[in-house]
Design a binder for this molecule. Structure first.
Ligand code: ZN
Length: 159
């Protein structure tokens, strides 16, 4: 190894581990639901892992949330077995963060409607029953369609 290479290596080894900024740390843990992206076990303690091995590269894409067991599988040697590569860890991170995002989306959608919404829908339904115009009834059904899922509206229409 050349002199420069030696110095570079020494610098990397001695580079002060700049702590991950608090807001980035919070964002990472939030995106991964404070759960290891590899084994996805929600009851395990987690650590933050620099995917490229550079402890000062504190960007969102480079830090993965992993549990202690998976962390040692990522950084340690596995003898003849394959350890987790950087590319693999990146895939695990992306895929788990996507799953969490999807889960949150579903949770918001399945939340019960507010009192105001129910009251308004009640009013719209009364209008539909009262009106003698099929056109008006169709219009009002479309209003309900904005709140309810497509399935519910189709049921109403066929009733
Ligand atoms: Zn794990």
């Amino acid at each position: 190894m050349g002199r420069l290479g030696y110095y570079a290596l020494t610098w990397i080894r001695q580079a002060p581990r700049r702590p991950i900024p608090t807001d980035l740390r919070a964002e990472l843990l939030f995106r991964s639901e404070h759960t290891c992206c590899i084994c996805r076990n929600p009851y395990k303690d987690v650590q933050l892992h620099h995917i490229d091995g550079n402890p000062v590269n504190n960007i969102l894409e480079n830090v993965a949330v992993v549990c202690l067991d998976c962390h040692s599988r990522v950084t340690g040697t596995r003898g003849l077995g394959q350890s987790y590569s950087r590319h693999e860890v990146r895939k695990y991170k992306r895929s788990w963060e996507y799953v969490v995002l999807q889960k949150r989306g579903m949770r918001t959608r399945s939340q019960p409607p507010s009192r105001e919404t129910l009251g308004y829908l009640d009013f719209v339904v009364c209008e539909i029953l009262a009106t003698k115009s099929t056109g008006r009834a169709e219009e009002l059904l479309d209003v309900i369609g904005n709140f309810a899922s497509g399935v519910a509206v189709r049921r109403l229409r066929s009733a």
